[in-house]
Design a protein around this ligand. Structure first.
Ligand code: SF4
Length: 536
């Protein structure tokens, strides 16, 4: 068919590559189309008239950037009906996007045939993702070198703060990943890590079968892997009939870089002579390579990174503590899981009990590297709940000899167009204070008790004091404690507490980050407090 296809991901920062676009790329390449992937806006690509453009979307708070990117490319497609918008935000806010762009997005997964209006029965969601496109862009996804897959889809729960029930409304108990991993290995080489994007794997009726399959594909405890020989894989692809400029370019780059890895001088000279003899430095063709590959391959087999690395499995959306049982934890412990992410979303007594039990079971079965997202700022959550959940983790670390890394995650409703949302029990100052505390550690609350107590306070009283602290004093805690600023600020603030009205008024102002000092209604001490916030 040979259509020209453009795949676009807006320029937001993200950890995981766009799996949907990777599958769409494979789908079009299977049909003989030419595919280009780009992240962000390119004037050059906008000038071309494409047969199809696909734009993925992520979170609703990237609304402005996403809509701007869509508008940027909208006129670059030959027919508007061939402009496709999909992904998370597009599925949740399909009507809003239609009102803005006049194009109806694809809602949910491409899990049925003919959803892209082609005359074939291929189900896009089932095809092997195209890892090649990730090398076409300058952006590096932090989680790039992994198999990305699902062993289940959807979720059995309907948590009010979550988008999954809308995106994947039906729970699918089992998806075999064996064949897909085999195909990825064959085409792109072994990956070190297995990243499973299941929303609630423990709800599956086939959980033991899922664990068995993960072990069968090589992710058992202690499993190691060597870097694949990229050159050999690419030659194999040529042998299997693939022939395109991008593939040849990749091979050409490897041929030119290989002398850097050949440590033996005689071998290096022989290799360079070979390149010269067959004129491989000035452009290569498939035929030419297939004629001499057997002479080149030994240089790549011998001179390469031969180190072994441990393999890891990561259920990156976390497991549901309410569904943890001794049997399931035992099964999880048979995998090289690191970390095991266990959700800790609520302090409701039943939930808390199940969460603590899940951590105890993890410790019992030797899973010590644990992690969880601590959702805060949502409708039922208070700052005290947030602090108490972190404290429970710190106590579990000490009592059970585990290491739980907590990642506080600010709740934003799934349809908000920016990140400004403040939950009913929260305020702007506290939210900013948490972000400042976490600046030092890149977002994680370290497992050490000493870290937690310094960062968030020994008790709730200290926690509130830190939350109210001027931001500079939070970031540069030691400096301002030593030079006495923190003490002066606290003393003057506390001196206001003699008058409840005055104290409540100043706290209200601080919580809303209103540090103005014009208000003459109250005592002169208020400007004294506010000066600490104004950095004067
Ligand atoms: S259990 Fe997790 S995935 Fe399922 S609805 Fe709740 S938050 Fe979403």
């Amino acid at each position: 068919m040979n259509r020209k296809i453009l795949l676009i991901e807006p320029a937001y920062k993200n950890k995981y590559p766009p799996l949907g676009l990777m599958k769409i790329s494979s789908y079009h390449k299977m049909l003989g189309d030419e595919v280009i992937f780009f992240k962000g806006k390119s004037k050059e690509l906008r000038e071309i008239k494409w047969d199809r453009i696909y734009i993925t979307t992520l979170f609703s708070f990237y609304w402005n950037m996403t809509i701007d990117t869509i508008k940027f490319y909208k006129r670059s497609v030959k027919k508007t009906k061939n402009f496709y918008i999909g992904g998370i935000m597009a599925s949740i806010m399909a009507d809003e996007i239609f009102n803005e762009i006049r194009i109806k997005p694809i809602v949910g997964l491409l899990d049925k045939p003919r959803m892209l209006n082609d005359n074939n029965d291929i189900i896009v969601d089932h095809v092997v993702p195209d890892y090649d496109i990730l090398e076409e862009i300058d952006y590096t996804y932090p989680a790039g070198n992994a198999y990305f897959s699902y062993t289940t889809r959807g979720c059995v729960r309907r948590c009010p703060f979550c988008a999954v029930p809308k995106l994947e409304p039906k729970y699918k108990n089992y998806i075999s990943i064996k064949e897909q991993i085999k195909q990825i290995d064959k085409k792109y080489g072994h990956k070190k890590n297995l990243l499973l994007l299941d929303n609630n794997v423990l709800a599956s009726k086939h959980f033991p079968r899922i664990i068995e399959e993960i072990k069968e594909i090589g992710f058992y405890k202690g499993a190691k892997v060597q870097h694949p020989v990229k050159f050999n894989l690419l030659i194999e692809r040529l042998q299997n009939g693939e022939n395109n400029n991008k593939l040849l370019q990749k091979i050409s780059n490897l041929l030119k870089d290989q002398p850097l890895y050949i440590k033996n001088e005689v071998a290096k000279n022989n290799y360079l002579k070979l390149l010269e003899q067959f004129d491989l430095l000035n452009g290569i063709s498939r035929e030419q390579l297939l004629r001499i590959e057997h002479e080149l391959i030994p240089y790549f087999d011998k001179y390469r990174n031969k180190a072994y690395g441990l393999k890891y499995v990561d259920f990156n959306q976390g497991v549901d503590p309410r569904l943890v049982t001794e049997e399931k934890m035992k099964l999880l412990s048979e995998l090289p899981i690191s970390p095991l992410r266990i959700a800790f979303d609520s302090l409701e007594p039943k939930y808390k009990k199940r969460y603590i039990r899940a951590i105890e079971l993890a410790a019992k079965y030797g899973i010590r590297n644990l992690s969880n997202y601590i959702l805060y700022n949502w409708d039922d959550d208070t700052p005290e709940d947030f602090y108490n959940r972190l404290k429970i983790n710190t106590d579990l670390n000490s009592n059970l000899d585990v290491r739980i890394y907590s990642f506080p995650m600010k709740y934003i409703p799934v349809i908000n167009r920016n990140r400004n949302y403040i939950g009913p029990y929260w305020n702007l100052k506290y939210i900013r204070a948490i972000q400042k505390v976490l600046l030092v550690t890149g977002g994680a609350v370290m497992p050490e008790k000493s870290f937690f107590e310094k960062a968030f306070g020994k008790d709730l009283q200290e926690f509130h004091k830190i939350m109210l602290m001027p931001e500079n004093y939070i970031i540069d805690r030691i400096k301002h404690e030593k030079n006495g600023d923190t003490k002066k600020w606290w003393n003057i603030l506390m001196s206001l507490s003699k008058s409840k009205e005055e104290y409540d008024n100043v706290i209200k102002k601080i919580e809303s980050k209103d540090f103005s000092i014009e208000d003459k209604k109250y005592s002169k001490k208020i400007p004294g407090v506010m000066r600490h916030y104004l950095n004067k």
